[in-house]
Write a protein that binds this ligand. Structure first.
Ligand code: NAI
Length: 251
């Protein structure tokens, strides 16, 4: 596994119990960060902490729902016990219902916007002042290639991910002078439990064909970009949206 320049700091990774968040927590810890492995599932968070500590890294589990603003504050407080908070990866997300807008369930719309968009605002609102106090840091918001284009039947998800791009830009503008960088990442379709839960094998094969590389991505391929953006090597990168999409958006 390639490593990145992130030693001597703590990192919050939300949704770190599975998929992209898990892979990100593993690479940040292998690179020397002390990682708060945050997830709504205690079993999932504890399992990832076990993987990290078995590999010689430092990690602590945190169980909570990112859609609760108090949880965002508590995550910051717990991470600060591990070291100065200089990395946050706002990654937790859900897919939501599959329906055209005229039939989209109101409760699913609200839940997706709450978890995929509002919760990132709650996270930033708690993380940014802590990073200013730490002398700077790097935040990565997990958008999607669907932050740039639409896809039928997923209006809530597409709207939330588009919104994240604007929120990321605003945060970068407001906190750049304090040496806090804020970026968004836009994965194509990545083979994770989220995709397995929402798409059958035929649908996954059809989607794979829409990527120039002819396959779905891996969580590790996304985590490598996140870790680079989180690291000191990306010192002049802020306010931008970085695709890791196998060429999906190149059409
Ligand atoms: P996943 O379903 O494998 O993992 C998501 C994790 O977040 C799970 O461990 C889950 O327990 C946790 N989680 C869900 N709701 C939560 C909440 N309210 N509070 C705290 N934790 C919560 O998902 P995956 O695929 O790794 O996705 C991670 C992020 O990447 C999401 O934001 C997703 O939208 C985004 N993404 C995923 C793509 C894919 O193809 N898998 C493509 C583009 C973006």
């Amino acid at each position: 596994m390639a490593t990145y320049d992130v030693a001597d700091r703590s990192a919050i990774v939300t949704g770190a119990g599975s998929g992209i968040g898990r892979a990100t927590a593993l690479v940040l810890a292998a690179s020397g960060a002390a990682v708060l492995v945050a997830d709504i599932s205690a079993d999932a968070a504890n399992a990832v902490v076990g993987e990290i500590t078995a590999a010689g890294g430092t990690a602590v589990a945190f169980v909570g729902d990112v859609a609760d603003p108090d949880v965002a504050e508590a995550m910051v407080a717990e991470a600060q016990k591990l070291g100065p908070l200089r990395i946050a990866v706002n990654n937790a997300g859900i897919g939501g219902a599959a329906a055209p807008i005229g039939e989209y369930p109101i409760d699913s719309w609200r839940k997706v916007i709450e978890i995929d968009l509002n919760a990132v605002f709650y996270g930033l609102r708690a993380q940014l002042p802590a990073m200013v106090a730490a002398g700077g840091g790097s935040i990565v918001n997990m958008a999607s290639v669907l932050g740039a284009v639409g896809i039928p039947m997923s209006s809530a998800y597409v709207t939330a991910k588009h919104g994240l791009i604007g929120l990321t830009q605003n945060a970068a503008l407001e906190y750049g002078a304090d040496k806090v960088r804020v970026n968004a990442v836009g994965p194509g379709f990545i083979h994770t439990p989220l995709v397995d839960a929402n798409l059958d094998p035929d649908a996954q094969a059809a989607l794979a064909a829409q990527h120039a590389l002819g396959r779905l991505g891996t969580a590790e391929e996304v985590a490598a970009l996140v870790a680079f953006l989180a690291s000191d090597a990306a010192a002049f990168v802020t306010g931008s949206y970085h695709l890791v999409d196998g060429g999906y958006a190149a059409h």
